[in-house]
Ligand binder design. Sequence first.
Ligand SMILES: [Zn+2]
Length: 112
Amino acid sequence: MKMQPGEVFDSPTRWLVESRSTPGETYLVELVSYRGNGSCQCKWFVTQMEPLLARGVDAEYAYTQNLIAQPKKWPEKPARHCLRCDHILSARDDYAQMKLEEDAIAQKNSTL
Ligand SMILES: [Zn+2]
């Protein structure tokens, strides 16, 4: 399920992503936090994921050791994303799209 696109906050790696369960509520996602894992202000991230990241646990270890409960809605979520909430994944996708569009423009300009 695709979330609404987020918007860049004050730098390209900081995004505001809207809550699906509470329309109008937004969370600040910082993509570079925790060595590129990202961080979010939502309750799920702050209570379930951030304590592990703060201890230096990485996603692969958390996944293989069953340190984090995965909601049933994420059966297909790969291990590398198990310490990322939906908001972080959405912001990463938006960030990648923005960078690809910038690269596409740069490549087009370089061939003119
Ligand atoms: Zn979140």
